[in-house]
Every structure is written in structure tokens, then in C-alpha cells.
Design a binder for this molecule. Structure first.
Ligand code: AMP
Length: 564
């Protein structure tokens, strides 16, 4: 095969895109699988069939109408994984409200920014989660709640917000109780819900997701029904999903992984959604897999690593598992192999994507050869196009690295209210520039080899952190590793590595350097190695290398030499 074939791929399919709203997708699931299990939330003792689930969705939608919310209004949700999250996702979609996902780890400043940026009229909050007291934080931001009647807030710092709905058993001052709203709609509102649902267009915006902020201020990626329904559907197709599947969902709902790749995937295929806990806990995941006879498991790589290392791992029955998805960050080959072999996930897949592309663009299929399945992100998704370009925007030949750009149904409408940032990301040809470095081979398999911004340039040599990470992962004492560049007087940048060792192991810097010598080029051998217990991470498992770079530069006294 010619090696000069360009790095452009276009996904074909015998299945057309679904021209449906999120509500239509729910109706289809009810029609086809009404009596089958839809939602299991173990920590809340919730167990609903598709019929029962839709009933609760429509009741909530009717209740939201009593608050005066109208199609196109933005409504935030700030909560860990709970049944109310999923109900709110569908109830808002039924009414054409734009659901705004707010990261449960946000603090007051970020919440204020997010709510004001998209002008939320209402917000649904949990009362608390881990160290986050949501009620107290919202009260701090809007002290006017103390004396406001629910639904009539006028807050100086949140000028657009009128209603706060809380999942607590007892309503905090100025807030509605979630259960109260869900019971507030009467027959008239129910009829109105059906009438509104019938007027919605799949191309309406339905969701704003703040990008996870591994760099800079969060931006509100705006997605339509069409974007997310189709992506959820085709993600499930790649896993050969059906109504017989039961998906264990430890990934957060506020992120596209949970909301689209889990929830809308299950909805469009009639599979059951099983939530093992409010936040990620490896022990709860293992317990849920066994007790619920899950057939599939999703997670970011660090979640799988924690599950494989958990004390209960050996005693867990994985025999029901068949497939799943690892995604969200580079998936180490060794970890994939163990998941495939030791967790009975023969048909596990890897997916690659980003919030702005709904999210998935590449996914391995259950039948790809094993080596491709563990070492690449698979091939292009149906109906999606990708090209790999060099710094001048020219498509590179297959096998060469460059920036991955995505085009097709999955590309977001834009960043909410930010034409400038949208234009900086989506070019005139409709291509979303991802900032990811990738290589596509002759057969169309793709490898993500880093972030454009993470590439290290050491003395004129381009060094790709992923390559060094993959090598160090093979060391038997190494649990996890992150490689990044730090400023260096002589070479411009030097290679640094943070390493987490396996439980009970010790190692020296020299020992790891020795392991690299003669195996990888000298300029790739880390000049600095630190042994750490944890990496700075986003909630979705993305390592924040900028934070490591800053910490390391400070540690080495290198701040003065840092450039932009
Ligand atoms: P987010 O918008 O939070 O979903 O983050 C998207 C980013 O996660 C992408 O631009 C990639 O840098 C990274 N990412 C997602 N999936 C993968 C994967 N399978 N392999 C490597 N990086 C990934």
C-alpha cells in the first residue's frame, strides 16, 4: 500500500444518523423495552423500568413548567451522580431547556463564572458531596436566599438566577425541594409538556458542557440533541450494545462520558444504567459489577488502574462482563491487556474524543485485532471525518504525526456566547481543531500521541511524552507515570517524569534512568524524576500537566526562566 495516502478518514455506515430529540430517544426506549430495567442507582436504592423512568421524567418536566421556565432557558445542574441528575437530563430535554453541566468539584468562583457566563435562570443542586457543601456555597454566593421565597431570588452576584432546586430532604432557605417540584405539575402542565416536546427540533441546543480546564478558563461547549443522541447511539453500536446489556457507570454524569457515552448510549439501545456510587470508588464498582451482573464497564484509565489494584479484585466475579470503554486520557497498553484478560472484558474498546465533538470520534470495535485494540484508539466513527494536519494546516501522509481535526454531525454549535473562541477552534471549513497530536496508519487506526501544547522541544528534538510514558509503564515497579517538559537553560526544555510506584515498592531515580538507557534515545531519558503519591487530576481523570510543570519548576528554582 502506498505510504503517501493522506491522513484523512471518513466513517461509513449502513445506518443513517438518527434525526431525533433526546425525548424521542426516550420514547423509543419505552416503546421497545418499557418493562425492562432502565435505571439502577445503588446508593439511593432506586430501581426503575423505562416506563417508570419516563413517568418520573414527565412529572419533573411538568413541575419545571410551574417555575416559568421556557424553551431555550438555561438550567444548571451541580451534583454528583444521583437519580435526580438523570431525571433532570431528560426532563429539561423534554422542554427544550438547555441543561448546563457544572463540575461537582467546582468552588464558588467557578460556579459564579459558569452560571453568569450562560445566564442560568435555575439550578438543581445536591445538598453535599465529599467536602463540598453545595447548599452553603450557593448561600454564600447568594445570601439573598435567606429571605427570598423559592423561585423569586434576586441576587447581586447571580443576576439571572431565579430558582434553586435542592435534592435535600428538607428545603434549605429560599430553595425548592426537588421532590416538591417533581410533584408540582398538574394535568394542564402534563399536556403542555407533550405539546412542547412535539415542537422541538433535533438541531436545537440542549446542553452546555464546560470543558474540563486542563488549560485556561472553562468554555461552554454547546451541543444539540442531534449531536448527543447520535454519538451515544454509535458509541453503543461499537460495543454491540442491546437491551440485554447492563452498563456499570462510575464516570461522572456532568461530563460527556457519563451523560452521552453512558446515558444516551443505554437509552438508544435499551440497556440498563447501573450507577455504583455518587463518586468514583473502586470497591463500589467491583461490588456493583458482581451484584448487578453488569455486562459492560466504562471508565477513564485511572479508574481501571484503581479497580485492578483493589483488595477486593481477586474475590470479584467478573464473569458477566463482556465489553466496555476505556477513554478520556491515554490508555496504557499494559492496563488494557489486564482489563481484557483479568476482568473478563474480551470485547473492551477504547474511545477517543472531546467534549466539543459530542464526544467520540474514534473507537475500536469489539472485533478489531487484539494488538490494535490495546494499542490504538481504533478507527473513525460512522459519519465522522478526521484529518491530521501539520503546523501549516496541510494534511500529512499516513504514519506522520500532526494535529487531529474533526468534522461532521458531532461538532458542537460553538462555545456559548463566545464567537471569538469558537472561531479559534472551528475553522471556516467546519473542522474542529482538537489540539491533540495523532498518527493514522494505513489501515485507518489512530494513535493519540500527545497534546500539541505538551510536546517537549529539547535542544531542537521533538520529544513526545507519551512515548516515554509507555516505556516506563513497562517497569514492574511503576504504577503510573506522567512525563512533561520543564524549562532548561541549556536545552530550552528538559524532560521530567513524575512516577507513582506500586504499593510497597521503592526505587531510585537512577534505577529508572538505567532502565531507559540503551532502550530509548538519550535525549528522551528523564533528567528529573520525582516519586509522588498522586498526580494533579481533573475529575475526569485527565492529568493536569501544567500544574506538575509549575510545581516542578518551583521545586527546581526555574521560575525565572519560564516563558509563556
Ligand atoms: P474532554 O473534553 O474533557 O473529554 O477532554 C478531551 C481530551 O481528552 C482530548 O482532547 C484528548 O486530549 C483526551 N482524550 C480523550 N480520550 C482519549 C484517548 N482515548 N486517548 C488519549 N487521549 C484522550
Amino acid at each position: 500500500m502506498s505510504t503517501s495516502q493522506p491522513s484523512y478518514v471518513c466513517g461509513v455506515s449502513d445506518t443513517p444518523l438518527l434525526f431525533q430529540t433526546v425525548g424521542d430517544a426516550l420514547d423509543c426506549a419505552v416503546e421497545r423495552f418499557g418493562e425492562r430495567e432502565a435505571l439502577v442507582v445503588r446508593h439511593q436504592d432506586v430501581r426503575l423500568t423505562w416506563c417508570e423512568f419516563r413517568e418520573q421524567v414527565d412529572a419533573l418536566a411538568a413541575g419545571l413548567l410551574t417555575l416559568g421556565l421556557e424553551r431555550g432557558d438555561r438550567i444548571g445542574i451541580w451534583s454528583p451522580n444521583r437519580a435526580e441528575w438523570v431525571l433532570t437530563q431528560f426532563a429539561t430535554a423534554r422542554l427544550g431547556l438547555v441543561l448546563v453541566n457544572i463540575n461537582p468539584a467546582y468552588r464558588i468562583g467557578e460556579l459564579e463564572y459558569a452560571l453568569n457566563q450562560v445566564e442560568c435562570r435555575a439550578i438543581v443542586i445536591a445538598d453535599r458531596f465529599k467536602t463540598s457543601d453545595y447548599v452553603a456555597m450557593v448561600h454564600e454566593l447568594a445570601p439573598e436566599l435567606a429571605t427570598a421565597s423559592p423561585g423569586a431570588l434576586r441576587a447581586a452576584r447571580l443576576p439571572h438566577l431565579q430558582s434553586v432546586i435542592c435534592t435535600a430532604e428538607v428545603a434549605p432557605p429560599g430553595m425548592f425541594r426537588f421532590a416538591e417540584v417533581a410533584a408540582a405539575g398538574g394535568r394542564a402542565e402534563r399536556e403542555q409538556v407533550a405539546a412542547i416536546a412535539a415542537t422541538l427540533d433535533p438541531d436545537d441546543p440542549i446542553n452546555i458542557q464546560f470543558t474540563s480546564g486542563t488549560t485556561g478558563m472553562p468554555k461552554g461547549a454547546t451541543l444539540t440533541h442531534f449531536n448527543v443522541v447520535n454519538n451515544g447511539y454509535f458509541v453503543g453500536r461499537a460495543m454491540k450494545f442491546s437491551e440485554h446489556d447492563r452498563l456499570c457507570i462510575p464516570v461522572p454524569l456532568y461530563h460527556c462520558f457519563g451523560m452521552v457515552m453512558s446515558v444516551l448510549n443505554c437509552t438508544t439501545h435499551g440497556a440498563a444504567m447501573i450507577f455504583p456510587g455518587e463518586g468514583f470508588d473502586a470497591g463500589e464498582v467491583l461490588a456493583a459489577i458482581q451484584a448487578e451482573r453488569c455486562t459492560a464497564l466504562q471508565g477513564v484509565p485511572t479508574m481501571f488502574i484503581a479497580e485492578l489494584d483493589h483488595a477486593d479484585f481477586a474475590g470479584t466475579d467478573f464473569s458477566s462482563l463482556r465489553t466496555g470503554i476505556m477513554a478520556g486520557a491515554p490508555c496504557p497498553v499494559e492496563v488494557m491487556k489486564r482489563v481484557q484478560k483479568d476482568m473478563h472484558m474480551d470485547e473492551v474498546t477504547i474511545a477517543y474524543g472531546m467534549t466539543e465533538t459530542s464526544p467520540v470520534s474514534f473507537q475500536s470495535s469489539t472485533s478489531d485485532p487484539l494488538d490494535k485494540r490495546v494499542s490504538t484508539v481504533g478507527r473513525i466513527h460512522p459519519h465522522v471525518q478526521v484529518k491530521i494536519v501539520d503546523v501549516d494546516g496541510r494534511v500529512v501522509p499516513r504514519g506522520e504525526r500532526g494535529e487531529l481535526c474533526t468534522r461532521g454531525y458531532s461538532v458542537m454549535q460553538g462555545y456559548w456566547n463566545d464567537a471569538e473562541k469558537t472561531a479559534a477552534s472551528i475553522d471556516a471549513g467546519g473542522w474542529m481543531h482538537t489540539g491533540d497530536l495523532a498518527v493514522i496508519d494505513d489501515e485507518g487506526y489512530c494513535n493519540i500521541v500527545g497534546r500539541v501544547k505538551d510536546m517537549i522541544i529539547r535542544g531542537g528534538e521533538n520529544v513526545y511524552p507519551r512515548e516515554i510514558e509507555e516505556y516506563l509503564y513497562r517497569h514492574p515497579k511503576v504504577q503510573d507515570v506522567a512525563v512533561f517538559g520543564v524549562p532548561d537553560e541549556r536545552f530550552g526544555e528538559a524532560v521530567a517524569a513524575w512516577v507513582r510506584l506500586r504499593e510497597g515498592e521503592t526505587a531510585s531515580e537512577d534505577e529508572l534512568r538505567e532502565y531507559c538507557r540503551g532502550q530509548i534515545a538519550h535525549y528522551k531519558v528523564p533528567a528529573y524524576i520525582r516519586f509522588v503519591d498522586d498526580f494533579p487530576m481533573t475529575v475526569t481523570g485527565k492529568i493536569q500537566k501544567f500544574a506538575m510543570r509549575e510545581a516542578m519548576a518551583a521545586d527546581l528554582g526555574l521560575e525565572a526562566q519560564q516563558t509563556a
